[in-house]
Design a protein. Structure first.
Lengths: 266, 261
């Protein structure tokens, strides 16, 4: 009966909660905005700017061209670093999820890297490789690749054994096992890996700018902060928050599109 | 040739003996059920024939060839269906065909008569989660039949279905098998099911698993399950088998399966 797991309860839940969920989301966002406003008003503009100040200042920054000048390099680093992270992480994760000895060989190093706060390594990488784009790309790459590998490998490793046995009983060779079972079964886990990986990439890129200085979106935040321009500094932060949320939403939608059999599940 | 010979087959996991010295011949296009309480090793026996497990001793001959792995001319229908959740009905039925080199389109076209055979026309585009349990097992059956195996192994295929669906599926299987005869080994713990479907019923007991009786079922084909159930010979056969299985009831949980009919 395993295949019926996305059965009636789930469907009912969803039917009921769609509108309710939307209401709750809107309400939560409004609460956040009101809370921000209240906090800004009560602490004073030296510490926290109001939402309208931040957006106004963001408009000026964009209009002056300053915003895009600083966004450009970081977007470039993010695209290359995260792109490489995904391009390496997904195939590698698929492989170590399937090949037992590869898993044994890589488990310890991956866990060591994953549990070490990568932030702590940033200064070393900058010193060793240099205060340039290459080291920033490496930093973003490392932030992305680990969660992608780990989640993908878990996805492959937790594939239903019964389905793997089915492929054996039909005399399937290895390549069709990937096509028929392993890849479709691990799509949800891969998408989770991408979601976490890309959010980490964003964090990595900003941190790299913080440490390396002199250019990039992260540096823009530092620049404005050093001028005590609170509203200015919060503009890029707001943009980052929106970007992160958008990435998560897009990937969730993609997952729904890619795995229609999960129906009501997601 | 599509006969199955099981010779002196034993299986144990370490000190635990699942079954010991099993000998059984299933002839060409014969329908044989293996009936026994939980724990008698009937499923393990079938899985060894299917090549999914290895025997500790003895051998299995399929079409007179010693067999240790799954064969392309033999297929297994599982109790828990094992459909691919990400494939539609037609692609699940065509699964084995694609593995045998057909393109997606060819597999779909070739699957169509089997989808029709199990009564799932019009549901080709559905995903398994959109089907009832009975329909899911129809897909499982069609998937097995689509590769046109010479030997069909069935491991309590209707065990997960409710009583009414189960009887409907038995009639379907009778009809399909009659139109398209092949060698069938059918594992079940339901006495009625074994009698209705089979040419022969093999009775197993536990501790260690062994064959205690080999009973020929006299009903001529085509059969109608309702008529068979009302036949006085049915009651007699049923009583005889129940007697053999009841000996196991000293440990009542061991016959748990029988009450599930």
């Amino acid at each position: 009966m395993r295949q019926t797991w996305s059965g009636a309860c789930q469907v009912n839940n969803r039917g009921m909660s769609r509108r309710k969920a939307l209401t709750i989301r809107v309400f939560a966002a409004l609460t956040l905005l009101v809370g921000w406003y209240a906090a800004a008003v009560s602490t004073g503009s030296l510490f926290l700017a109001t939402p309208q100040d931040v957006i106004g200042r963001l408009g000026q920054s964009v209009a002056s061209g300053e915003f895009l000048d600083y966004l450009g390099p970081t977007a470039y680093i993010l695209a290359i670093g995260a792109g490489l992270g995904v391009a390496v992480g997904v195939p590698f994760g698929l492989l170590i999820g399937r090949v037992r000895w590869l898993q044994s060989a890589t488990e310890a190093p991956i866990n060591i890297f994953y549990t070490t706060p990568l932030v702590a390594l940033i200064p070393f990488m900058l010193v060793i490789i240099g205060f340039n784009n290459q080291s920033k790309i490496l930093i973003v790459f490392l932030f992305t690749v680990l969660p992608v590998i780990i989640n993908t490998a878990v996805g492959v490793r937790t594939v239903d054994r019964d389905l793997l046995e089915l492929t054996t009983s039909f005399c399937s060779t290895e390549a069709p096992v990937w096509r028929d079972v392993l890849i479709p079964a691990s799509i949800p886990a891969v998408m989770t890996g991408l979601r976490i990986g890309l959010i980490h990439a964003l964090v990595g890129a900003i941190l790299a700018d913080f440490y390396a200085g002199a250019s990039g979106f992260g540096y823009l935040i530092i620049l404005y902060s050093n001028r005590f321009d609170v509203a200015g500094a919060l503009g890029p932060v707001l943009v980052l928050a929106v970007t992160g949320t958008a990435i998560a939403a897009v990937l969730k939608a993609a997952q729904r599109r890619l795995s229609p059999w999960q129906g009501a599940q997601i | 040739m599509s006969n199955v010979s099981i010779e002196n087959l034993s299986k144990n996991y370490g000190a635990l003996s699942v079954f010991d010295q099993i000998n059984l011949n299933v002839g060409d296009n014969e329908f044989v059920s293996i009936l026994g309480p939980s724990g008698c090793g009937k499923t393990t026996l079938l899985r060894i024939v299917a090549g999914l497990e290895q025997a500790t001793e003895g051998r299995v001959l399929v079409a007179d060839e010693e067999t240790h792995k799954p064969r392309p001319d033999m297929t297994l229908v599982f109790q828990n269906f094992r459909l691919l959740p990400w494939r539609t009905v037609e692609d699940n039925v065509g699964y084995g065909l694609r593995l045998r080199g057909r393109s997606r389109g060819e597999a779909r076209a070739e699957a169509q008569p089997f989808i029709k055979m199990v009564g799932l026309e019009g549901r080709e585009q559905k995903y398994p989660y959109q089907l009832s349990g009975g329909m899911q097992q129809r897909v499982g059956l069609a998937r097995a039949l689509a590769i046109q195996p010479k030997i069909l192994l069935m491991d309590e295929p209707f065990g997960a279905l409710d009583a009414q669906t189960r009887e409907l599926m038995q009639d379907e299987l009778l009809r399909i098998w009659l139109a398209n005869r092949k060698t069938v080994m059918f594992v079940t713990h339901s006495i009625d099911e074994a009698i209705v479907l089979s040419d022969r019923v093999i009775i197993m007991q536990t501790n260690p698993g062994r064959i205690v009786e080999d009973i020929r079922i006299p009903f001529e084909r085509p059969r109608n399950s309702a008529e068979i159930r009302n036949d006085p010979r049915f009651a007699k056969l049923r009583a005889e088998m129940w007697g053999l299985l009841r000996q196991e009831a000293i440990a009542p949980d061991m016959v748990g399966g029988v009450s599930g009919e």
